[in-house]
Design a protein around this ligand. Structure first.
Ligand SMILES: [Zn+2]
Length: 455
């Protein structure tokens, strides 16, 4: 058994020392990409930059975005035509050195093999994934029920971190269905569970029905959630933690990079960038529409993350705007004292709306509406008549009212919600209330939009 040991040794290092380490790695990595991929040679030459001239994060922020999701798909199509493999023209390592591959979910189009690694890549990444999971207390002897689409899917790489910790993953493919998963929980009695927050919520009512026990009877040490905005909403975190009788942790590694996790505090203080030597994504933000830089040294800045690896052989990314919109926090974490960067996921760039020229994120609308729980249930949809991002006002919202609300209370509730949305993000929507429990819930990703147009 390999003993777990975090190889980066970044704990205890100051933010300046971390930046120094990042900037030592950066020019070497960019030169490697330039030398080994026609895609990156074209990109650097196209903007007149030399990789060895990019020495600091500030230099990196000034480079234009090299890739968005569609470019990655095109790069994969071209490499398939030209070289007979799907890893893209930005593949930098020899094909025979590939060791692990995982795809995106493909919910918004053809899956891409964005999570492709060499053995060296995994040897670098796995201890960092393990370190992240160890912050949730996962360790030797733990059994972790792991419920995602497996085999070719992005989350598969997390299993490398779990094994390195000496934990035993009980990995069950999400396509097997929630009933089978629940049965496996009864059979294996895991100490941790990893799944989407929607599934964790669903199991609260499903478990007694199938196993004759409440979820808290299983005495989990923790639940690890990813894949959607869930426990970032204080009411959802509180509700789930009290149902399970343990802490919930949000974890994430955008595009296979930069492992991050929320802390053990009672409140939610975002995902903490616990392996900042993997990727520059917590240090480089752009406006999702113009792709112009957003100052990433300002606490509270909101923008689309731009990924650039500091160390990766197989399919490194350079200036890749992957579509994740985040809010950045730079101050010491009030919950645990962590001094590094923290982020809260706001949503996807494709979900962003533009109303009267202003960027509006549906997850931010949802956050504000959730301030009204228990007068609302927390379930809502943004109703779109036309494809986003542009919306001709007023924006229409469908909101489930809370169980205790009578129909006479609703007009006043609508006024209060509208007022708050106007105060915080300057929109005045039209609200249609629907009965509690009437909006369909999904165990994978509950949609934020109700689309009234043909997509
Ligand atoms: Zn913290």
């Amino acid at each position: 058994m390999k003993k777990f040991c975090y190889m980066g040794g970044l704990e205890g290092k100051s933010q300046e020392e971390i930046r120094k380490l990042q900037e030592e790695k950066l020019p070497k990595q960019l030169k490697y990409c330039y030398d080994n991929s026609e895609f990156y040679r074209m990109k650097f030459d196209g903007c007149g930059a030399r990789p060895e001239e990019i020495r600091t994060l500030e230099d990196l922020r000034k480079l234009p975005v090299f890739m968005v999701k569609d470019d990655e798909r095109r790069s994969a199509e071209q490499s398939l035509q030209k070289y007979g493999h799907p890893f893209g023209l930005h593949l930098c390592a020899p094909l025979e050195d590939l060791y692990l591959t995982g795809t995106t979910s493909g919910t918004t189009g053809t899956p891409t093999f964005s999570y492709t690694f060499t053995e060296n890549d995994m040897n670098f990444l796995a201890p960092r994934i393990a370190h992240r999971l160890s912050l949730a207390g996962v360790g030797k002897g733990d059994r972790v029920a792991f419920f995602f689409a497996l085999g070719i899917y992005a989350t598969t790489m997390t299993l490398w971190g779990l094994r390195l910790l000496g934990a035993l993953p009980i990995d069950i493919d999400a396509r097997a269905g929630t009933d089978l998963f629940t049965k496996f929980i009864g059979l294996t009695r895991p100490t941790y569970m990893a799944c989407t927050p929607s599934l964790a919520e669903y199991l609260v009512s499903k478990t007694p029905e199938l196993l004759g026990h409440e979820v808290r009877d299983f005495k989990y040490k923790g639940v690890l959630t990813t894949g959607e905005v869930g426990i970032a909403i204080p009411e959802i975190k509180k509700k789930l933690e009290s149902a399970y009788g343990c802490r919930f942790y949000d974890y994430w590694a955008p595009c296979g990079n930069a492992p991050a996790i929320s802390c053990d505090a009672e409140g939610y203080y975002g995902m903490h960038a616990v392996a900042p030597d993997v990727c520059a994504s917590f240090d480089d933000l752009v406006d999702p529409v113009t792709k112009q830089p957003v100052d990433a040294d300002v606490d509270g800045a909101i923008g689309e993350m731009v990924q650039t690896n500091f160390q990766r052989e197989a399919c490194p990314v350079v200036k890749y705007a992957y579509g994740d919109i985040v809010q950045l926090f730079l101050k010491e974490c009030p919950g645990c004292g962590f001094k590094g960067r923290r982020i809260k996921v706001i949503g996807r760039a494709d979900d962003m709306l533009i109303i009267k020229g202003v960027n509006v994120y549906p997850e931010v609308i949802k956050d504000i509406v959730n301030e009204f729980i228990p007068d609302v249930t927390g379930e809502m949809r943004v109703v779109l008549e036309h494809p986003p991002p542009r919306v001709v006002p007023p924006l229409r919202l469908k909101i489930e009212y809370g169980k205790a609300m009578g129909s006479a209370d609703l007009p006043h509730l609508a006024e209060r919600i509208t007022e708050e949305l106007h105060n915080q993000i300057k929109i005045r929507p039209v609200i249609e209330f629907v009965e509690p429990g009437s909006l369909p819930k999904e165990t994978r990703k509950t949609p934020i939009f109700e689309k009234k147009y043909d997509s």
